[in-house]
Design a protein around this ligand. Structure first.
Ligand code: HEC
Ligand code: HEC
Ligand code: HEC
Length: 279
């Protein structure tokens, strides 16, 4: 009797194993024609704003339809249809994703005050939105709206030399570890030297945010009073060869300056790089 249960379980487990070995879902690169709808070719993020317009128009049609305000629903449906059909011209490679006849159905149903017809056209249109989003949205966001940090520089206040972000980052990581290694092995002079370079490099980094952020708030969030204090403490503790105090100060900087900033910028930067073909 028991084997009756075991066999399906085995089949299930084996299938599960085969399934787990399948490669991760791959995402395709957006077609070249997408570039014209984003900076630097376009002044605006035109595709994205077309999308916001579509979502708003769909919502308006749905809400007015529910209220029985058919004239307003029909006006928004017209607007929706025009903008939705334009997608096929904006990126011709994606024209098969667009169901223009469903947009026409929506307009006709709204004009006729056919509430059920509006509902069914909206649902059908919604599946076309989701299908394209599943395939393409993440890649477009990553490619066209995530900065490439190689294009941004950190200037050394000491040498006035400018290095691209990834290089400045690698150096910060190296210096931080050098402090910890030297402290652990009682090589205090090395730790102090690395510490001075690390503190200067961290301050230089804080001077680089303005390339993307016009206001001071983001910089304050990462390099506020707590971090300024931790940098001072780190300097003092290094001078006194105090390993515990040094570790604590580095811990604070690592978690609340480096780690917090990475959560915002580094994850997307790395995703972008690993998804794009090498240039
Ligand atoms: C042919 C492909 C395609 C179709 C069809 C499409 N979209 Fe999009 N949509 C995209 C892409 C690509 C993005 C990502 C744009 C970006 O990040 O700059 C996007 C992003 C969006 C966003 C912004 C998401 C956010 O929250 O930031 C909204 C809203 C949106 N789409 C609404 C819609 C609606 C509503 C429809 C259907 C009526 C629709 N889209 C149909 C490709 C499509
Ligand atoms: C290459 C461009 C770029 C650089 C350089 C940059 N950031 Fe950002 N930052 C972004 C983007 C993109 C976002 C996402 C949200 C947005 O658009 O503001 C962001 C968001 C943030 C946020 C969260 C949202 C906010 O506005 O508070 C903080 C905090 C932040 N950055 C801090 C910093 C700090 C500190 C530096 C300098 C050490 C820095 N950034 C350098 C591009 C950049
Ligand atoms: C703007 C906010 C920001 C701050 C603050 C920041 N980083 Fe980074 N860091 C980044 C970004 C962005 C990347 C990814 C750069 C890329 O790969 O294009 C990165 C990547 C790294 C890397 C990986 C480099 C590599 O070789 O792949 C290390 C190591 C690193 N940071 C260390 C640090 C340390 C240590 C600190 C704190 C002293 C720090 N970072 C503070 C934004 C920041």
């Amino acid at each position: 009797m028991r084997s009756l249960y075991i066999i399906p379980l085995l089949v299930f487990l084996l299938n599960g194993a085969a399934w787990a070995q399948e490669p991760a879902r791959s995402l395709s690169l957006p077609p070249e024609s997408m570039a014209q709808w984003y900076p630097p070719v376009n002044k605006r993020q035109e595709w994205l704003h077309t999308m916001f317009g579509l979502r708003r128009a769909m919502q308006a049609v749905g809400e007015y339809n529910a209220l029985g305000e058919y004239k307003l629903a029909a006006q928004w449906a017209e607007r929706f249809a025009k903008s939705y059909k334009r997608l096929a011209k904006m990126v011709p490679e994606w024209q098969d994703e667009i169901e223009g006849e469903q947009a026409d159905r929506l307009v006709a149903a709204a004009a006729a005050g056919d509430s059920d017809g509006v509902g069914s056209a909206l649902r059908r249109l919604g599946t076309t939105c989701r299908s394209c989003h599943n395939e393409n949205r993440a890649m477009v966001t990553l490619i066209y709206r995530t900065p490439d940090y190689n294009d941004f520089m950190v200037e050394s206040s000491d040498t006035m030399e400018e290095v691209p972000y990834p290089k400045a980052m690698a150096r910060l990581g190296t210096l931080m570890n050098r402090i910890k290694i030297a402290q652990e092995d009682g090589r205090h002079a090395v730790a102090r030297e690395a510490g001075a370079a690390f503190i200067a490099a961290t301050k230089d980094l804080a001077g680089s945010c303005g390339a993307c952020h016009k206001d001071a708030a983001p910089r304050e969030r990462i390099f506020g009073a707590e971090i300024q204090q931790a940098l001072k403490t780190l300097d003092e503790e290094l001078r006194q060869n105090n390993r515990k105090g040094t570790d604590e100060a580095i811990g604070t900087i690592g978690a609340f300056a480096c780690g917090r900033c990475h959560g915002i910028h580094k994850n997307t930067a790395e995703l972008r790089r690993s998804l794009l073909p090498r240039e």
